[in-house]
Design a protein around this ligand. Sequence first.
Ligand SMILES: *Cc1c(COP(=O)(O)O)cnc(C)c1O
Length: 387
Amino acid sequence: MERKIYLDHNATTPVHPEVLEAMLPFYQEGFGNASSIHSFGREAKVALEESREKVAKFLNADPLEIYFTSGGTESDNLAVKGVAWANKKKGNHIITSQIEHHAVLESCKFLEKEGYETTYLPVDKYGLVDHDELKKSIKRETVLVSIMHANNEVGTIQPIAELAGLAKEKGVYFHTDAVQSTGKMKIDVNELNVDMLSLSAHKFYGPKGVGALYIRRGVRLTPLAHGGHHEKSRRAGTENVPGIVGLAKALEIAHSDMQEEERRLKSLTETFFKKVTERIPDIFLNGHPVLRIPNTLNLSFKGVEGESIILNLDLKGIGVASGSACTSGSLEPSHVLSAMRVPGDLAQSSLRFSFGRSNTVDDVAYVVEVLPEIISKLRAMSPIYQK
Ligand SMILES: *Cc1c(COP(=O)(O)O)cnc(C)c1O
């Protein structure tokens, strides 16, 4: 049988078997609408509220501060637009960074058409936001600062507590997109000092199409969707009970062996990096050397197109991404690598390897075996590569 190795866990992950098992009853005998008064509804409601309690516990939040959504994109939209709309009287200025996920960047772009103003903070070569730049950018009209926790393309982790502290001092709300860090590292909304935090189940072995937004008590926010009084009237629509049960179960599993898995992934990525750099010359690491989520390695292979490497690896059964999965198919260099001032040719030659639960030391050995051949073949044909 052909060997298949998935190294694209930052794009999505498979549903953990125990997560699926927890979800299934709520598609069948436990199918009730959580808003119904009868026993069918009450059963769904209990599952919904137990899931909310679990999620709250893992984030060190209150269950009343957890709002379920359709995923990371909706959570980001709700945080950014919701706060901007509800606090219009105070001001029209938002601060974010140049390396955010498109769910945040496009929400800001949308608001600009309504008369809002956005500051896109620059980052250094490792992808870190500058503390002083943020401090300088906050003004009287600022209503929100939104800076991601871990970057999906390069894995760099921002010092969120410190950045959030600056916003809090000035009475400005702080949101973080923690879609890539949740499930991979400990998340404590009080330690992080944030007012809002986005997460998405399918990035940590839960189902697709379900996520949550943590909203600290007292934050003023206008809903995106109007309808029934679900989620305390902040997110109308019949709750996706099976999905929400799956999200909570996935978070529980992530926490059950988090430190062990963190160590294991760190060792896999370190071994991989060490071995490929031993065997292949002219490789560059994009992202912070240590302040990085343990599963992510973004590497540039000088002189070859990332897309060509992906296709060749795919023929060997290996799935990796170039830059961000959201930009594949486009020839634009990644906005994250551009913001980090990675030269255009190196940005075009970048690959994102994101490891996960299924990966083993054997997988690393296999990729390390096939990659050098692919790179030397492509470099031999490359008009721009010179040794
Ligand atoms: C995947 C991702 C999102 C979007 O989440 P969806 O649930 O797929 O909508 C947002 N932000 C980051 C950092 C992501 O990696």
